[in-house]
Write a protein that binds this ligand. Structure first.
Ligand code: GDP
Ligand code: GDP
Length: 437
């Protein structure tokens, strides 16, 4: 099911962060009394009535050293790009300002539905202060109080009302969803173009549709794949992507919507911290992963270069030790044929289901080769039985005498044994233990 996105926009200090926290139901982001505070989180799941959605606090995305108005403009544009519904927040105590008008004008030009919230209306007497906000020309103002938690229900009612007009059928086929993530300029768009062929790169004008994520179908060996959010790869957000928070947000969104993630790194420049952070998101989300080293044409090579680079990747991305690595050039279109066999392989691993009988044989053999650990008192871990409880990623539950006795290192050992016995290339696997009753 498609999960819609709501973005919160508005000039600084109107209460975006406060309302964002109210919507997501946690008090995680830091709220301070000065504009431009640091925020922990700018993207989080929320729900209202029977609707689930994601919320973006655009106030958390800033380009350093840009003038104030540029910042608000960028935030509003990001909201237009990323969201299905936009909540514009203003400050009822200050009334309409130039900056509010500026934001409203940008939003007006987009076709995205906007809900106007007038914040800091902390009590009933202040309700008359909202009428002047009609002059923004973006619809009825709703009084809210972020700090008191008032009025938010009406705003969310209005926001989710717009979800009904979204097209949702597109994600309901059973194709394998593939996304490309990586920091700016590693060659994600070039890879998408190289995969799809240049003639197909022209994306139809997306104005007029409420959905901005354009996905593209691709067939390989009669298998149906969907490249997720190719429009985003190709043309939008280039400027914004340079801001790390936005690029992390984009990656998070792409990962969420996909089965297989291609973590793209720049072979010419090597691996930096931001690559690790982005790759870590794919791992944490439990997706199937292929590591794609692009721009391999630009690297001076001898017969050892690939091996050396691979060692480097393994060292930097230890948490992705299960992910296969391939080296390509999107520019020269070399080794591009290595991609889909790997995508297909990791997808199979990700969705693999192993029979309980076989699983338990492997467990028994593993325990006989390397006996289970004991605690200080000499009590030994007993594993009675194991079963796979889910796929994507494969998740196993082991019934044991005492979960405390299952040490990290032994779990790791069992994971490796399962990997040896079954091909889990490209997918994380989870082992949980439960006390047998
Ligand atoms: P942002 O910069 O738009 O994200 O604004 P913040 O959420 O950081 O809030 C700015 C300031 O306004 C903080 O001091 C908040 O405590 C305060 N604030 C937020 N919502 C309300 C409200 O409903 N009423 C009042 N009186 N203050 C609020
Ligand atoms: P994105 O920001 O990750 O989407 O990266 P782009 O696809 O826009 O590529 C960034 C730059 O790298 C562009 O100038 C591309 O021409 C260049 N580029 C992309 N792929 C390759 C490649 O395989 N080899 C070389 N030498 N340059 C590449």
């Amino acid at each position: 099911m498609y999960k819609p996105t709501i973005a919160v926009v508005g000039r600084p200090n109107v209460g975006k962060s406060t309302l964002f926290n109210r919507i997501i139901g946690e008090r995680k982001a830091i709220v301070e009394d000065s504009p431009g505070v640091t925020r922990d989180r700018l993207y989080a799941p929320g729900d209202w009535l029977n609707y689930e959605f994601n919320v973006i606090d655009t106030g958390g995305i800033e380009i350093k050293d840009e003038p104030f108005q540029e910042q608000i403009k960028m935030q509003a544009e990001i909201a237009i790009l990323e969201a299905d519904v936009i909540i514009m927040i203003t400050n009822g105590r200050e009334g309409v300002t130039e900056d509010d008008l500026f934001v409203a004008r940008i939003l007006q030009k987009s076709k995205k539905p906007v809900v106007l919230a007038v914040n800091k209306i902390d009590n009933f007497e202040m309700r008359n202060d909202i009428y002047e906000f009609y002059q923004l020309g973006i619809g009825d103002p709703f009084p809210v109080s972020g700090s008191h938690g008032l009025g938010l229900g009406d705003v969310l009612d209005e926001a989710v009302e717009h979800f009904k007009n979204l097209e949702t059928e597109e994600e309901e086929n059973d194709s394998v969803r593939v996304s490309l993530i990586g920091r700016p300029n590693v060659g994600k768009s070039s890879l998408v173009n190289a995969i799809l062929g240049e003639e197909r790169v022209i994306v139809s004008d997306i104005a007029g549709t409420t959905r901005d994520a354009i996905d593209t179908d691709y067939f390989y060996n009669d298998e149906h794949y969907t490249l997720v959010d190719t429009a985003g790869m190709r043309k939008r957000g280039k400027v914004y992507e340079a801001t790390e928070k936005y690029s992390v947000l984009r990656a998070t969104r792409a990962i969420e919507r996909s089965d297989v993630v291609l973590v793209v790194i720049n072979g010419e420049e090597g691996i930096i911290e931001q690559d690790k952070r982005i790759a870590g998101l794919a791992h944490e989300a439990g997706r199937a992963v292929v590591i794609v080293v692009n721009k391999w044409d630009a690297v001076e090579k001898d017969e050892k270069t690939m091996k050396k680079f691979e060692d480097k990747v393994r060292q930097e991305f230890q948490f992705l030790d299960y992910a296969p690595i391939t080296f390509v050039s999107a520019l020269k279109k070399t080794r591009m044929t290595t991609l889909f066999p790997l995508i297909s392989l990791v997808n199979e691993s990700h969705k693999k289901r192993v029979q309980s009988s076989t699983l338990n044989e492997v467990l028994v053999d593993s325990v006989s080769m390397n006996p289970t650990p004991t605690d200080n008192g000499g009590r030994r871990l007993s594993i009675y039985y194991g079963t796979q409880v889910s796929t994507a990623p494969p998740t196993f539950v082991l019934f044991v005498n005492d979960v405390e006795l299952m040490h990290f290192s032994y779990r790791r050992y069992l994971q490796n044994q399962l990997r040896k016995a079954f091909d889990f290339t490209g997918t994380p696997i989870h082992i949980l233990s439960r006390k047998r009753n």
